[in-house]
Design a protein around this ligand. Structure first.
Ligand code: NAD
Length: 458
């Protein structure tokens, strides 16, 4: 941990000095740091579980979604030696004699700013990419998940030299101080509005950004499905972490023919997962704070309750809630919900449903429940979203082989697996010529050479 009186600019200066030694460019150094991170996560599992319990009442099982960041570490350790190899590319004949390669190189000193909802994983997963690519890193965990922020800061301080990796705790002021400085990359996870602030600050220094934002992720449910499976998968994805998941299905868009059956099955799944009174379930999380709770409570005033609806502010509890009779202009359809409220809209014609989705900002995730390959293909072709999961929810995020990120309002760039390495690397193009020959065709005087250049450029 860094003493609060040490100026942010001084920390960055020290990291730049360390980066300049070239140590982080050594692949064995990077692998050793990744192994150190893995060991640190492993030996702090109970602290991580306790912290997310204290912050979000996260059940132990779901706390392991945070610790799953280890799979990113394992993947990077396994593939790093092949990722860092320069890649040979074809060289056209007019360059002869020559060869060309693309070299990945670390960007330098990078900043990672995180949110409160998966407060450990969303700090550590991008960090894996930053280490693998050979950067020095400043982490700024969310002040709102105060317990997890401390655990992140402790783990980093106990295992890494601050001139290489450091966690700086604090709120908006610290974030703003950091954003005033020049970094070589900024990786931000959070809301769209703050994403704009981050990008504006980065633009002053021409710093590249990755923005992992949110949005309203639709869940289209066709009539041709296995209702029971679909209901379980939707219920799980919506209500883990009490709906505070960036890729939770935000709303249902269901074929009118199947709506009564689906809603009945979702209600039953809620009961199976969390019992008659979810407030007493050890497996149901709490809303992060009173501010979020009152925002969410305000979204439950329209429509007809199918399930839930109970709010207990003292306990930061909102029951898993399903609301039917919602329209596109209902309040709950205005912004990302980011809580345990599932509004239900219906459609008769898939084309109309697609048109409604396309009339709104591009979402982070889009879910399709359908057995019909033609409909699956149509939705894939006619909509745009950060990612898609067919016949399940949320599980796409657990795929190290799939890049994870948004598009349009839901974000810029992506990470996970190789995409994390790419995000924190600059791909340097290198053309190597030789002294073996010196063809004169490109030198002046150009007289009589115009036909030749025309042929070469095709
Ligand atoms: P947030 O944007 O309020 O805060 C994120 C971070 O930005 C925090 O560390 C905070 O300290 C900092 N911050 C807040 N205001 C700032 C300001 N004015 N200037 C500079 N920094 C500032 O987001 P949140 O409430 O922590 O998280 C919820 C949002 O994050 C949701 O929209 C959710 O969809 C999104 N999210 C996205 C992903 C993803 O992977 N795409 C993952 C999790 C959460």
């Amino acid at each position: 941990m860094i003493h609060p009186t040490v100026a942010v600019s001084e920390i960055i200066r020290q990291q730049r000095q360390f980066f300049a030694t070239g140590k982080t460019k050594d692949v064995d150094f990077r692998i050793a740091q990744l192994k150190c991170l893995k060991a640190a996560i492993s030996s702090n599992q109970s602290q991580i579980v306790d912290a997310v319990k204290a912050d979000l009442n996260r059940p132990e099982f779901e706390a392991y979604f945070e610790i799953a960041a280890v799979s990113e570490v394992n993947y990077a350790i396994k593939h790093l030696k092949s990722w860092i190899k320069p890649r040979k590319v074809p060289t056209p004949i007019d360059q002869f004699p020559a060869s060309a390669r693309v070299y990945p190189e670390p960007k330098g000193v990078v900043l990672i700013i995180g949110p409160w909802n998966y407060p450990f994983q969303l700090m550590i997963s991008p960090l894996v990419g930053a280490i693998a690519a050979g950067n020095c890193t400043i982490l700024k965990p969310s002040e709102i998940a105060v317990n997890t922020s401390q655990v992140v800061a402790n783990i980093i301080a106990q295992n890494f030299d601050p001139t290489y990796i450091v966690a700086i705790e604090g709120g908006v002021e610290i974030s703003q101080q950091l954003l005033a400085e020049k970094f070589d990359h900024i990786f931000f996870t959070g809301g769209t509005k703050v994403g704009q602030i981050v990008m504006e600050a980065a633009a002053k220094h021409l710093t590249p950004v990755t923005l992992e934002l949110g949005g309203k992720s639709p869940c289209i449910v066709d009539a041709d499905i296995q209702v029971e499976y679909a209901a379980k998968r939707i219920t799980w994805g919506k209500f883990i972490n009490a709906g505070q998941t960036c890729i939770a299905p935000d709303y249902l868009l269901v074929d009118r023919k199947i709506k009564p059956d689906l809603l009945k099955a979702i209600k039953q799944s809620i009961q199976e997962f969390y019992g008659d009174n979810p407030a007493q379930s050890p497996d149901y999380s709490r809303i992060i704070n009173q501010r979020q709770l009152s925002r969410l409570a305000g979204l439950m005033k329209e429509g007809e309750l199918v399930a839930g609806g109970e709010v207990n502010a003292e306990d930061r509890y909102i029951a898993p809630t399903v609301i039917d009779g919602i329209y596109w202009d209902s309040l709950v359809m205005k912004d990302e919900i980011f809580g345990p409220i599932l509004p239900v809209l219906e459609y008769d014609d898939l084309g109309d449903a697609i048109a409604q989705i396309n009339a709104r900002p591009k979402p982070l995730a889009l879910y399709i429940f359908s057995k019909d390959k033609g409909k699956q293909e149509r939705i894939l072709r006619e909509t745009s979203s950060g990612g898609v999961c067919i016949n399940d929810t949320v599980m796409q995020v657990a795929m190290t082989s799939l890049p994870f990120g948004g598009v349009g309002d839901s974000g810029i760039g992506s990470y996970h697996g190789k995409a994390s390495f790419d995000t924190f690397s600059h791909y340097k193009s290198v053309l190597q010529k030789s002294f073996f020959l010196d063809l004169k065709w490109r030198y002046a005087p150009y007289q009589g050479k115009v036909d030749l250049i025309k042929k070469i450029i095709g």
